[in-house]
Design a protein around this ligand. Structure first.
Ligand SMILES: Cc1ncc(COP(=O)(O)O)c(C=O)c1O
Length: 437
């Protein structure tokens, strides 16, 4: 963990810790899982981050998903600069909101869409709408799926078939968590049992379209379609959370991997990250009759001062318009190359691993054997990952600082960026082998 000297990041981190809890504005940035000092980034361009000490890194975080085209894409910047010159927020309807909503409706099965400012707000609002629409309170989620820091969705898994959850964090009232049922992912029997017991109280089931927040754990074939059908059979709504996967896993998001092929649609979907082009923008959308229950058309209240902000929607629109099928093909090819090299390096070093993938998203589990749920993801060798992470960082590759995160590539990951990753992998694999020995 010696590596490059980072005195400026170190000094900023110290100052940050005296004015901000943990020195960061979102916990996973703090390196708690891997130790050491988070790098403070001064600028980013294409596939590269530059920290305040002047070191460059190939970025495999991509702002946790949004930067599909890479950083500071010239055409996105141009659109943003033009929009900024016209003012930054009006609190009135604007044209970019309409254009971005049309783009989302064209790419996904949603019929109507409402913009918000974060993925958390999107899932919170979707759940309120599902409860308002059905007149029921109970929500089903899966262990290991993250849907933002919504009270009812922070409930963590209890063991057993269908556990009425206890709060997963202090500050969540037992009453909020008590309306949430947490089930093991990919477990059809658990879903069937929960609906058999609580069916007439269940407002909705929410799931990541293909989970990326416990590492990438794809649904088993037909699992999402089964969830959609089970919800329909019981008068509950099926919410597919595409905040991470939306316009990222494929051009049509996670839905492009199964729903578009198998012919089912979620009742509601949530989006964020890529559709904001690097700005705070997110959305929820779905069936017109369900969305019609939202204020001002219907009685379910939901609002936001900066919702549909003209700069954010302009950046999102520019990003989506540039995200052509060719871009997704290039991302996929980059993922192929990096995955192949990761497997080769970890195999050569004798480090147990499983690489899993959903479209252009992938992650590396530091354990033997495929992972199908959170219990499996939790059995990783996190010490091996920490050593691997720091060796990569020292070699100029910034991975997500946790073994439970997806790795993200962008259309700007060119030969030089990929070569840097490939050069770093054998050394990092050796470091992982040493740490796990
Ligand atoms: C699937 C999913 N849903 C919701 C969220 C919350 O989004 P935000 O961080 O914008 O509140 C995230 C964030 O990573 C996510 O991955």
């Amino acid at each position: 963990m010696t590596g490059r000297a980072t005195p400026r990041s170190g000094a900023l981190f110290e100052r940050a810790q005296s004015v901000t809890p943990g020195g960061v504005n979102s916990p996973v940035r703090a390196f708690s899982a891997v130790g050491g000092t988070p790098r403070f980034i001064r600028s980013a361009r294409g596939a590269w981050l530059t920290d305040v000490d002047g070191h460059e890194y190939v970025d495999l975080i991509c702002s946790w998903g949004p930067m599909l085209l890479g950083h500071a894409h010239p055409e996105v910047l141009e659109a943003i600069n033009e929009a900024v010159a016209r003012g930054t927020s009006y609190g009135t309807p604007t044209e970019p909101e309409v254009l971005l909503a049309e783009e989302i409706v064209a790419r996904t099965p949603v019929e109507k869409v409402r913009f918000v400012s974060s993925g958390t707000e999107a899932t919170m609002s979707a759940i309120r709408l599902a409860r308002g629409f059905t007149g029921r309170d109970v929500v089903i989620k899966f262990a290991g799926c993250y849907h933002g820091h919504v009270d009812a969705l922070l409930a963590s898994a209890g063991s057993g078939l269908a556990t009425l959850a206890v709060p997963g964090t202090p500050g969540v009232p037992a009453s909020a968590a008590g309306e949430t049922i947490v089930l093991p992912y990919n477990d059809r029997a658990a879903v069937t049992a929960a609906f058999a017991e609580h069916g007439d109280r269940i407002a909705c089931l929410i799931t990541e379209a293909t989970p990326g927040n416990m590492g990438v754990v794809p649904p088993e074939p037909g699992f999402n379609g089964f969830l959609a059908q089970t919800c329909r059979d019981h008068g509950a709504l099926f919410i597919s959370d595409e905040v991470m996967t939306g316009f990222r896993a494929t051009r049509e998001g996670g839905w492009g991997l199964d729903g578009a092929v198998e012919g089912w649609t979620p009742d509601l979907m949530t989006f964020g990250k890529v559709m904001g082009g690097g700005f705070p923008a997110a959305a929820f959308g779905g069936r017109a009759d369900v969305m019609g229950r939202l204020a001002p058309e219907g009685p379910v209240y939901q609002a936001g001062t900066l919702s549909g902000n003209p700069i954010a929607t302009t950046a999102g629109l520019a990003t989506l318009r540039l995200a052509t099928p060719e871009v997704y093909a290039a991302l996929s090819a980059t993922a192929d190359t990096i995955i192949g090299a990761v497997v080769d390096a970890l195999t050569a070093a004798g480090v147990p691993h499983a690489v899993q993938r959903a479209g252009t998203m992938f992650s590396v589990f530091f354990r033997d054997g495929a992972v199908s749920d959170f219990a499996g993801a939790s059995t990783q060798d996190t010490a091996a990952f920490a050593a691997f992470f720091h060796a990569m960082l020292d070699a100029g590759v910034y991975l997500p600082p946790s073994a439970f995160e997806s790795w993200f590539v962008s259309a700007a990951h060119d030969e030089r960026a990929v070569a840097t990753v490939l050069d770093a992998l054998p050394i990092a694999a050796q470091a992982a082998a040493k740490a796990s020995a």
